[in-house]
Design a protein around this ligand. Structure first.
Ligand code: 0O2
Length: 214
């Protein structure tokens, strides 16, 4: 059953769900932009390269609920689909990932519901990213609603890898030829090496600039 079918009976509910998740996304995105600006003022650089935000399509919601064995109802969607609202924060260096995660944790009105650290513990496929499910209060005219947002934090290089791997996953529906999987694992190793070398280079550049200023 398509979630959109609910529009006939519960137009308000479906529209309200959309409105609430959109508001939650906007709030988290603005918070991240403010933190990035503040970081620039204090530390003279931006940890965030860019931010992508999206609301999950109704088709993907239905697929996910089906995969989990639940009926496509608004209640099940709110309860079981953690990534209705998703925000991806792309940064330059691996160290920025943990800095950004900490800044999110320190926000008083954000509750961190769960964390998956695929940076410290990458997946066997080579996938690396830091995932947080958070909840933010959305202030409506007559009440406050907590809405879940999935936050993914990763470097530019990790994002490049994940986009291609995601494409492959969909193309072959999880049954990709072994040599492609092997090549992707090798590319993930190269991405990790590149991230590490860029981080070390950046640290050296910062040290040299400090020494020159002093
Ligand atoms: P899609 O199509 O991107 O939306 P949960 O979402 O918490 O119920 P799960 O899978 O336990 O389910 O959560 P996890 O591991 O935190 O993954 C959430 C999302 O991270 C996935 O959403 C993907 O977007 C991304 N992701 C996780 N593992 C991989 C991976 O191996 N490769 C790539 N490219 N992306 C990954 P969806 O809903 O599974 O998919």
């Amino acid at each position: 059953m398509d979630v959109r079918e609910y529009r006939d009976n519960e137009v308000d509910s479906w529209e309200e769900v959309n409105l609430i998740y959109n508001a939650a996304l906007k709030q988290v995105q603005t918070k991240m932009e403010i933190l990035n600006d503040e970081f620039q003022r204090v530390h003279k650089y931006n940890p965030i390269e860019h931010i992508k935000a999206r609301i999950k399509s109704s088709g993907s919601i239905v697929k996910k609920l089906r995969r989990y064995g639940y009926e496509s109802t608004i209640e099940n969607m709110i309860t079981y689909v953690n990534d209705m609202a998703g925000i991806r924060i792309i940064c330059s260096f691996t160290s920025d990932i943990f800095r950004i995660a900490e800044m999110i944790e320190n926000q008083k009105d954000i509750k961190v519901l769960s964390v998956k650290d695929y940076i410290t513990y990458p997946k066997a496929s080579g996938y690396k990213s830091y995932h947080m499910i958070i909840s933010v209060p959305v202030y409506l005219s007559d009440r406050i609603v907590d809405a879940k947002v999935e936050v993914q934090i990763r470097t530019v290089a990790m994002d490049f890898w994940a986009s291609l791997e995601h494409k492959m996953h969909y193309k072959f529906e999880g049954d990709a030829p072994q040599h492609i999987k092997d090549e992707l694992v090798e590319c993930a190793r190269m991405v990790a090496d590149l991230d590490n070398r860029m981080l070390l280079l950046n640290e050296e550049i910062l040290e040299l600039s400090k020494a020159q200023e002093g």
